[in-house]
Ligand binder design. Structure first.
Ligand code: ADP
Length: 377
């Protein structure tokens, strides 16, 4: 039994555990929250901060391979683990580029990957990108937080940030790539994302993406080249903008499993989670082909209220043919929190849309108020 460690205990970790069990891995997980989605199902669950070098260093003791399920972790901690002989994927140096949107953007541009025009901006400097532009905090942003559309100079946040030309987006696409220790590289089919208009979290995905075949090919090739030039071992999820004028731009990348890749669990011959372990263990990578038309709906916490969560429509969801439900084990709901996802398979695009419509009409969940002695996490 090989011993692996995952830094972060959210739903991505939970699904990595599910896939790891099939390969008889011994999985240890680190997360600050004792009730995180991995608690109770990891072989070992350690409560500790993923942002503190010391906790990662001591967590990694006795672990053969260490990986992450979120980017916002202590790079110093990963470096210390690597110095003690633990195999760390992705390499900590890659993570330090990706943790900073400015460094990440500058790196892509330097490697010739198609990028929006950009500027690494300090307050007081002349703005070289025409308004309206997109302003992004260098660090800490996710799911659209730390990103704004600035219509004029007065509306800019006065903090160091990445400024980007506003792309006229036709579709947002993503490609999950795996690169193994042996150097084998495989890309999954392009996933098309439909975003929630307010929250900027993915609400609805589908495969295959409705795009011309040359765009599908180009996106997969760019993503594979990125994995090679970043020297990734494991997964790299690359997000793209496909513009109204037919151009592809790299938005950003994450060296880990990705929400848009969950659809591979049911729609592809191999899931992203199994592929990650295959890559890390130096095993042959699995077939990435689709065997069905697939869609994915995220089950998100409602905007109006927080509280304990119930899924009273589970029966209605599962009545639809081709549906599988994946609940993340989060006891509490917060606005837009990802609580689970529903995968829908079909044999034709028409059948898929009809089934998506059926599930969407019943997507509601129930929020039960907290009781006096309950704490919210
Ligand atoms: P996060 O990492 O928080 O998801 P992103 O950089 O992906 O942040 O930006 C969030 C959203 O903002 C994107 O999904 C896209 O809809 C929009 N966006 C980001 N950059 C641009 C851009 N250069 N042009 C147009 N829209 C953009």
């Amino acid at each position: 039994m090989r011993s692996v460690g995952i830094v972060g205990g959210g739903q991505l970790g939970r699904m990595l555990i599910q896939a790891g069990i099939d390969l008889d891995l011994h999985v240890k997980v680190l997360d600050a929250k004792p009730d995180s989605p991995c608690a109770g199902i990891a072989h070992e669950f350690v409560v500790g901060s993923v942002r503190e070098a010391e906790s990662i260093e001591s967590f990694a003791e006795g672990v053969e391979i260490l990986t992450i399920e979120l980017e916002d972790v202590s790079v110093e901690g990963l470096l210390r683990a690597a110095a003690k002989g633990v195999e760390v994927y992705p390499a900590p140096q890659v993570l330090s580029v990706i943790q900073d949107k400015g460094r990440q953007r500058a790196w892509y541009a330097s490697q010739g990957f198609p990028s929006p025009r950009f500027q690494l901006w300090m307050p007081g400097e002349t703005v070289e990108i025409p308004f309206p532009l997109i302003q992004k905090a260098f660090q800490g942003g996710y799911d659209g937080k730390g990103v704004q559309r600035a219509p004029s100079a007065e509306r800019l946040w006065q903090k160091p940030s990445l400024l980007e030309e506003e792309i006229s987006i036709y579709k947002e696409l993503s490609v999950i790539v795996a690169r193994s220790k042996q150097g084998e590289v495989r890309a999954f089919p392009v996933v098309e994302s439909v975003f929630h208009p307010e929250a900027h979290v993915v609400e609805f995905l589908r495969v295959p993406a409705e795009i011309p075949s040359h765009v599908e090919k180009e996106a997969r090739e760019i993503a594979m080249q990125m994995a090679v030039s970043l020297n990734i071992i494991g997964l790299l999820a690359v997000e793209f903008f496909y513009s109204t004028s037919g151009q592809l731009y790299v938005n950003e990348a994450a060296p880990r499993p990705h929400n848009t890749g969950h659809i591979t669990i049911k729609a592809c011959w191999t899931s992203q989670f199994e592929q990650h372990w295959r890559a890390l263990l130096g095993l042959p990578l699995g077939e990435t082909r689709l065997h069905s038309y697939g869609a994915l709906l995220n089950i998100l916490g409602p905007v109006e209220k927080s509280g304990k969560v119930r899924f009273p429509k589970l029966t209605e969801w599962l009545e639809v043919p081709g549906v599988s439900v994946h609940l993340y084990g989060k006891r509490f709901s917060k606005p837009f929190r990802k609580l689970g996802h529903i995968i829908i398979l079909a044999e034709s695009p028409q059948e898929l849309l009809q089934r998506v419509g059926q599930v969407r009409s019943n997507l509601s969940i129930e929020i039960v108020p907290f009781e006096m002695d309950e704490t919210f996490s």
